[in-house]
Design a protein around this ligand. Structure first.
Ligand SMILES: NC(=O)c1ccc[n+]([C@@H]2O[C@H](COP(=O)([O-])OP(=O)(O)OC[C@H]3O[C@@H](n4cnc5c(N)ncnc54)[C@H](OP(=O)(O)O)[C@@H]3O)[C@@H](O)[C@H]2O)c1
Length: 279
């Protein structure tokens, strides 16, 4: 089909990446989808290519193969993971893995794709951040740090690439019922005798419940596909429930101490008799 636009989508084997890839395909885009679990080939009306965003060689191979098929009008970066654990007990290696996947994975992909977009005179780069890119919640320290890094990085990136006709969009999803537990391992040290055990159980229970009751991932995919059809795309696209929009708004307005009290009250529901060591 002549005039067909092409999107390269990372993290497209599961969750929001998969839903976004499918929505783009349904909207008429040629989709070249990357993930570690893919074998190279065609499936579901998309081209699949193996991709590990933590591996420079894999990124180079993906980009070379994808460029041989069709240059990117859009690069949509959804590859991500989180490790659940207290900041104290999440190991440096676990922090490194999350940052390497969520943040440095985007850096690697952008470094490979920006020259292609500059040469073609433009393109759109979509970076999946999160509400956690704007505020922190307990037991997601590594993930929250990676998403805050993406937010800061994207602000710099958009200023630099504008003269080349390249636009950047941060997608900030709230909870969506899409993510797989496979990408949410518990830190190895989070054992029942952890000093954080009671609060950890409560906090991760709320996190899991909110995701299971979260928004519709298909709708998010369709929103992104519709937005990418526009000539000019917004720098920030928050796709979240009204209460999560409110949480971000309140976080900006209220003093830090009040915010912390609200967030603790929401996430930490201790059962009577559990150990309140910190208070
Ligand atoms: N679900 C939510 O509620 C929510 C909320 C806010 C933000 N987000 C963000 O949305 C994005 C998708 O999350 P999700 O929860 O919907 O999906 P998910 O089910 O957690 O899927 C993660 C995806 O990332 C890929 N991936 C992981 N490590 C990779 C690597 N090293 N190289 C390439 N691909 C890799 C996985 O594929 P392979 O294992 O096949 O590589 C998979 O396709 C993430 O950036 C996440 O932070 C999600």
């Amino acid at each position: 089909m002549s005039g067909q636009k092409t999107a390269w989508v990372t993290g497209a084997s599961s969750g929001l990446g998969l839903h976004t890839a499918l929505a783009l395909r349904d909207d008429g885009w040629r989709v070249i989808a990357g993930a570690r679990s893919f074998e190279d080939g065609e499936a579901d009306g998309m081209t699949r290519l193996k991709l590990d965003v933590t591996d420079e060689k894999s990124v180079a191979r993906f980009c070379e193969k994808a460029a041989g098929i069709a240059m990117p009008d859009a690069l949509v970066q959804c590859a991500g993971m989180l490790v659940l654990g207290s900041c104290e007990e999440t190991s440096v290696e676990e922090f490194r893995r999350v940052i390497d996947t969520n943040y440095l994975g985007m850096v690697r992909m952008n470094r490979a794709v920006l020259p292609l977009m500059r040469e073609r005179g433009g393109g759109k780069i979509v970076l999946f951040s999160s509400i956690n890119g704007l505020l922190g919640i307990p037991f997601q320290g590594a993930y929250t740090a990676s998403k805050h890094a993406i937010e800061g990085y994207a602000e710099c990136l958009q200023l630099e690439v504008k003269p080349f006709g390249i636009q950047v969009m941060l997608v900030e999803p709230g909870d969506h019922r899409s993510g797989s537990d496979r990408y949410r391992p518990h830190a190895a040290a989070m054992k029942p005798d952890s000093p954080y055990a009671a609060e950890y159980e409560s906090g991760t229970g709320v996190i899991r419940r909110d995701e299971q009751n979260g928004s519709d991932p298909d709708a998010l995919g369709r929103k992104i596909a519709r937005t990418l059809d526009r000539k000019v795309i917004p720098f920030r696209k928050r796709i979240a429930s009204p209460d999560q929009h409110l949480a971000v708004y309140v976080h900006r307005l209220l003093p830090a101490g009040v915010n912390a009290a609200i967030l603790r009250r929401y996430y930490i529901r201790r059962r009577k008799g559990s150990s309140p060591r910190s208070e």
